[in-house]
Design a protein around this ligand. Structure first.
Ligand code: SF4
Ligand code: SF4
Length: 275
């Protein structure tokens, strides 16, 4: 993780900053001599939406996916848990999804794979507002795609690779992971960290929490939302963002039911705050 932090510092300081209209040459195809080489021994952080797409693609539960395909790197400087794709335990450290014809989960590949050869960075203090977010070219010596004569603007690349919806869902995650709470150097309690992990990465368990506990007796959630989050992981992730704002940061994003006695309402809010 220290290496990644150092790389981020270098990117912020030294890499040319690209905007949506910036141009670059790149093409990846089966006949390049480096075909598939970028899909081994690589650090890929998975977003909550990446996990939803992949576990549904593989028809797995989120717990099954996390157990089989992810690592949870421990870094005390990190305010919240991050999840990485686990490379195979072989000599090449290949991605578990790479096959001889390329990516076997291509239409559901993670955000980072879609973006390559571009990355996105923003200085920490401005990152929530996205005011100084910029694109940059990733330096990958093995990749011959940079030498191919196919011109793109950043905007064209983002659209072509189907990044836009991933980025929209990524904005929800940023509302939590880049929250002012962390800028004030506050630490989440172990119970709050567990809730963060559950909502962001283990969506099926979060659904159990909502539907198999007293949650819906305590919180006022309209029927339409209940029906949507029961069957739709994307809607549940959006709902989970509001729940995390309430229970981690004390924002008024959830309504305690009015038929819960007033003293009890205060207790429900306090219990959530004490997680
Ligand atoms: S998910 Fe697909 S594109 Fe991404 S590293 Fe694995 S094989 Fe390559
Ligand atoms: S290294 Fe570059 S050109 Fe080669 S397969 Fe990967 S993305 Fe394509």
């Amino acid at each position: 993780m220290k290496e990644i932090e150092n790389l981020k510092e270098t990117i912020l300081k030294d890499y040319p900053k690209l905007g949506k209209g910036s141009e670059f040459d790149f093409r990846c195809h089966k006949d390049v001599s480096c075909f598939n080489m970028c899909c081994s021994d690589v650090n890929i952080f998975l977003t909550p939406y990446d996990i939803v797409r992949l576990k549904n693609r593989l028809k797995m539960t989120s717990q099954g996916f996390l157990d089989r395909y992810t690592l949870l790197p421990i870094d005390e400087s990190q305010n919240y848990p991050v999840v990485m794709l686990k490379m195979e335990d072989d000599e090449k450290k290949a991605c578990p999804f790479v096959g001889s014809a390329g990516c076997t989960v291509y239409s559901d590949r993670p955000w980072a794979c879609r973006m390559f050869p571009l990355g996105v960075a923003s200085p920490k203090e401005d990152s929530q507002k996205g005011t100084s977010e910029f694109y940059f070219m990733i330096e990958e010596p093995v990749c011959k795609g940079y030498a191919e004569k196919k011109r793109w603007t950043v905007d064209q690349w983002v659209k072509d690779q189907g990044v836009e919806h991933y980025s929209e869902m990524g904005e929800l995650f940023k509302e939590i992971s880049l929250h002012d709470y962390f800028k004030e150097k506050k630490q989440l309690t172990p119970a709050k960290l567990e809730m963060f992990y559950t909502v962001c990465y283990n969506i099926d368990r979060f659904r159990e929490f909502v539907f198999e506990s007293t949650f819906l007796k305590r919180f006022d959630v309209d029927e339409e939302t209940v029906a949507e989050i029961r069957k739709d992981d994307e809607e549940l992730l959006k709902f989970g963002t509001n729940w995390l704002k309430f229970c981690l940061f004390g924002e008024k994003t959830m309504r305690v039911k009015s038929d819960v006695p007033t003293q009890r309402q205060a207790a429900v809010s306090t219990q959530a705050g004490q997680l």
